[in-house]
Write a protein that binds this ligand. Structure first.
Ligand SMILES: NC(=O)c1ccc[n+]([C@@H]2O[C@H](COP(=O)([O-])OP(=O)(O)OC[C@H]3O[C@@H](n4cnc5c(N)ncnc54)[C@H](O)[C@@H]3O)[C@@H](O)[C@H]2O)c1
Length: 306
């Protein structure tokens, strides 16, 4: 018996790369999967039928899947995606928000359209699909349907620690971490968990970065073989988070890099100083900030000429 038998999943952006790995892994464990993919370029232009390839790979291995060619940046199409899962398979249990694009440039060279496009796919796409899934999960919870809803989002190192040339992508991925924490609180009472993974893999996205290496699809690495940058390295983690076993895990950010699974610790207080119930005085802050907060000599930083 598969650990996801009887479950129905949507995986966005699963026509290629990491998402394809997730869709195949969920299907391998018994889930019926709606493979969503717009099928455009790595920068989000155009459209195509990449979803069909993943569906075929799943069907070839005896799994069940159907394609959806919608754009997650389109709010209504996210509603249609949820409806497709319900119409095709009778319900929805698992949503994996994975679709993504990149449009890298240093902020002074980045057109505002490239900021908006990246935010639309990653942030609004994750929000919109979660919005429709949340409505459905809440209705099901009220009706006592016993669905253990799962939303699994996707962040990245850029969102958690910044990355030069990715002010749009890093902002989007940090927003997805924040969204995860909020949805985890909002949906807990409906029996839904909301977590976020930070994957890695040599995909079309990393191939845009100088020296990163050539992209390959997850099915290029045979089952049982290990490659440190196999796009499907994080997929078993996704399958487990989607399963009933992981019902106690909520609001977590978990990276999966190479052969490691890393539970992240969020923003936490590092140093606290107190004014003693008096207003702070900016002219006197320097000494205390240097010695008590940063532990440096109060000399100030010298900035290079622009
Ligand atoms: N590759 C890495 O090392 C890495 C690291 C951290 C996070 N990620 C994240 O993993 C996710 C998957 O990326 P990947 O590396 O597999 O890249 P990829 O380009 O191989 O896959 C992304 C998929 O999303 C699809 N997509 C893009 N815009 C879409 C839209 N509007 N609607 C529906 N589908 C859309 C693309 O067609 C593509 O198939 C992304 O969210 C990415 O930011 C990747």
């Amino acid at each position: 018996m598969g650990m996801l038998d009887g479950k129905v999943a949507i995986v966005t952006g699963s026509g290629h790369g990491i998402g394809r790995g997730h869709a195949m892994e969920l299907a391998k464990h018994g889930a019926k999967v709606v493979v969503n993919d717009l099928g455009g370029s790595v920068t989000g232009e155009g459209a195509g039928r990449a979803a069909d390839e993943t569906v075929q790979l799943i069907v070839d291995k005896g799994g069940e899947a159907s394609a959806n060619y919608g754009n997650v940046a389109d709010h209504d199409q996210c509603g249609e995606l949820v409806q497709q899962a319900i119409d095709t398979y009778g319900k929805l249990d698992i949503v994996v928000n994975n679709a993504g694009i990149v449009r890298d440039a240093a902020i002074w060279n980045m057109p505002v359209d490239d900021f908006d496009a990246v935010m639309a796919v990653h942030v609004r796409g994750t929000w919109s699909l979660s919005h429709f899934a949340a409505k459905y999960f809440r209705e099901q919870a009220k009706a006592g349907a016993g669905i253990a809803g799962r939303i699994i989002n996707t962040t990245s190192g850029a969102g958690l620690g910044g990355n030069f040339g990715q002010s749009n992508y890093a902002t989007a991925k940090a927003a997805i971490a924040g969204l995860t924490l909020t949805l985890a609180q909002e949906l807990a009472a409906s029996g839904v968990t909301v977590n976020c993974i930070g994957p890695a893999g040599l995909t079309r996205i990393t191939a845009t970065m100088p020296g990163a290496g050539e992209a390959f699809e997850p099915d290029a690495v045979a089952e049982g073989e290990f490659h440190p940058m196999d796009p499907k390295n994080s997929s078993p983690l996704v399958a487990w988070l989607a399963s009933d076993q992981a019902g106690y895990v909520n609001g977590q950010i978990i990276r999966c890099l190479y052969d490691q699974i890393i539970l992240m610790k969020g923003w936490s207080e590092k140093v606290v100083i107190e004014s003693g119930n008096k207003p702070w005085d900016a002219t006197k802050l320097g000494a205390r900030m240097a010695s008590e907060v940063f532990g440096v000599a109060p000399t100030g930083l010298k900035f290079p000429k622009a």
